[in-house]
Ligand binder design. Structure first.
Ligand code: HEC
Length: 97
């Protein structure tokens, strides 16, 4: 199986430094967002890069996306994580290029 080993290394490294809150990468891996999303390619769901493009220039984008992940708007999966973690996931998605 081709799995990006570099990504695992990065995630593992971050996990070691942040003992308390899960990193966005961990949450995205744990919640298997990759079943539907990928960073750059729109498969079942819009790529994170295209979502970032859609929200570009919107000041409240991060709050909106965090809220959407919390409540599971439009039948989207809900993500069980703290508000701070959801905000971090939102920022991560919105900073995708
Ligand atoms: C079962 C498939 C599926 C999974 C798993 C999934 N998504 Fe999605 N996601 C979608 C689809 C389909 C859309 C586009 C329709 C919509 O907005 O609901 C979407 C849209 C989004 C959007 C854009 C919403 C907007 O307002 O444009 C974000 C951000 C997002 N997903 C983040 C995530 C994150 C983070 C995870 C993992 C915690 C995740 N998704 C897991 C299917 C999925």
């Amino acid at each position: 199986m081709k799995f990006p080993c570099a990504l695992i290394a990065i995630v593992a490294g971050l996990a070691a430094t942040t003992a308390f809150a899960a990193t966005p990468e961990e949450l995205i891996a744990k919640n298997r967002c990759g079943r539907c999303h990928s960073a750059k390619t729109t498969v079942k769901a819009p790529s994170f890069a295209s979502i970032a493009e859609k929200y570009k220039g919107q000041a409240d984008a991060s709050a909106k996306v965090a809220q959407m992940l919390k409540t599971g708007a439009n039948e989207h999966d809900k993500v069980a994580a703290s508000d701070a973690e959801l905000k971090a996931v939102a920022d991560f998605v919105l900073s995708s290029k």
